[in-house]
Structure formats: C-alpha cells, structure tokens
Ligand binder design. Structure first.
Ligand SMILES: [Zn+2]
Ligand SMILES: [Zn+2]
Length: 300
C-alpha cells in the first residue's frame, strides 16, 4: 500500500522496445505501482545516453536483457506516490532517477561508502523489473533517488544523472588538486563536455583530447586550457609539450578504445602514475605490483 494525494492515471505513454533494434514504439501501458521502498516519479525530462542505444540494440549481451524493454536512465521528475516504508521524501519533491536504481545496502560493497555501484544485487533501470525513464511514470528505489535543488533547471539536471556523475566521480577519483593538469580523452563528446566543465569549475587545468577543428572550438569553449588533436598531432608528445614536458597529473579516459588508453599511459610520467585514479568508461590503473591493468568500471 502507498500513500497518495495526487491523481495518478492508470495508464501512461511509454516508448517500448519489443524487438531489439532502433525501432521502439509509443504505447499506452499501465503506470507502475511503487513497492514499499520505492517512489513513483512523473518523468518531466529524460536524457538520452549512448547506453540506451546499446540497450535497445541489445549490444550488451552480458546484461542478459529480455523483452519488452523501456530504456532511459537520466530522468528528472516529480514524486507523485510514495511507498509506505520510504522516509525523507514527500509528494512534489523534484528527484533524479539514475541508471543504478536499486541496491541491497547490506553487502560488503554497499557498506563501503561510495561503492554501492558494485552491489552484488544492484538493479539498473531498463535491465530489471523497473523500466527506464522513456515512460511518463517510473518507479525507483527511494534510496537511489536524488533530490534536485529548486534552483536547478530539471532539463539541465537530467543528463547529470548518468553522464555528469560518471565524469564527476572520475575526476574526484584521480585525486587531482586545483591548479593541476588533467587530460580528458574524448573531451568533445557528451561525457567529455561535462568533464571539461567540472574540471574547470574544480580549478583543474583541463587538456582536451579529441578530433578536428569543430571539437577544438567546442572544447575550448567548454573550459579546456589546451586542445590536442588526436588525428593530426602526436598525442603523447603534444600533451607532454603543453605540460612543460612533465605530463598531466591525472587522466580521465572517456574514449572507449585501446589507443587513447595506451596514449594516456604514455603521456603520464611514471612519477605521476599513481594519480591515474579511475577512468570513466575504460578504466586503467597501475596496480600495486606495477603492472598496468585495465578494468571496466561504472562510476556513480
Ligand atoms: Zn548512461
Ligand atoms: Zn549491496
């Protein structure tokens, strides 16, 4: 049973994928009923993440997706119904709904602050019972919902729920300090442009790495101090050159390819390898025993 004072319709419009491929269709489907620990959120805005494309095309076989699916995991909306065990939320609250939608809060990862993205029984929007934000109403575990401040435009808040938090956490994990150089590969893309803005706001000296003049112009506008053109310049040399030969203090790699990761390993000097921290998508770190290991890590 849930408490509700606003009228929530029985059905809603949703963009439903019934066969894998880029052809989801609008349908009228039932509005989900929130569980005791969930909020029902009227989605006002939803970002579109590249992962959504992968979900509807079933590119992530390891997720074991089953049809039908409703994608979307950058939702910003209004709480319209509250599960009976939920505390700390009220109807009318503005909340964000992220990809990580449910955690157990009891396993070893959940008990370690900031590590619940690795929860053994984590659930993600679109992958589990709770479909994603490409519907008018989504049910999310209250613990993983995020209050959106009144002053923040919900349209701007939506993409922060995945792209934004991923790169913000990555920047924090590098351990970089204000005044230090941070190189960002794939800086002209969706995640990269947010990473540049955060890096600038955090007082770092961002070096953007991407392709071509359009990206150069864009990255410099988003806060990059330097732009390195990976197509026309030697990335390792150029990054070293703009950092007075010393290399950046940290790297956030967003480009999902081997070459930028290999370049990053080369352009960070050995004295600073321990400042690699974690990368956004393709994560590279120097292991304790000195080997370079590559890992895949969602950071929220
Ligand atoms: Zn995403
Ligand atoms: Zn857990």
């Amino acid at each position: 049973m849930v408490a509700s004072v606003v009228t929530v319709p029985k059905t809603q419009k949703a963009q439903v994928t019934r066969e894998f491929g880029l052809n989801p269709k609008f349908e009228e489907i039932p509005v989900p009923e929130p569980k005791d620990d969930e909020l029902l959120v009227h989605v006002i805005y939803s970002g579109v993440c590249h992962t959504d494309v992968g979900v509807v095309k079933n590119e992530y076989r390891a997720l074991g997706l089953s049809l039908p699916i409703i994608a979307g995991h950058e939702g910003a909306g209004i709480v319209v119904k509250i599960g009976k065990s939920v505390t700390g939320f009220k109807e009318g609250d503005r909340v964000g709904c992220a990809y990580l939608h449910r955690t157990c809060n009891t396993c070893e990862h959940c008990k370690q602050q900031g590590n619940e993205a690795f929860c053994y029984s984590a659930e993600y929007l679109a992958n589990h019972r709770n479909w994603g934000t490409f519907q008018q109403y989504v049910a999310v575990q209250a613990f993983q919902a995020h209050l959106i401040p009144e002053k923040l435009d919900m349209a701007k808040a939506a993409p922060i729920l995945c792209a934004g938090v991923t790169v913000y956490r990555s920047l924090k994990e590098t351990g970089a300090r204000p005044g230090q150089f941070v190189s960002i590969t794939g800086a002209g893309g969706g995640l990269g442009s947010l990473a540049l803005q955060y890096a600038k706001a955090l007082g770092f000296r961002p070096i953007a790495i991407d392709f071509g003049d359009t990206k150069r112009e864009y990255c410099l506008k988003q806060g990059a101090e330097f732009f390195v053109d990976a197509k026309n310049q030697d990335v390792v040399q150029e990054v070293r050159r703009v950092t007075d030969g010393k290399g950046p203090h940290a790297v956030v790699n967003i480009a999902p390819a081997i070459k930028p990761i290999e370049d990053a390993i080369k352009h960070v000097p050995s004295q600073r390898k321990n400042r690699f921290g974690y990368f956004a998508i393709n994560s590279v770190n120097k292991c304790q025993d000195g080997r370079l290991c590559q890992m895949y890590k969602f950071i929220y």
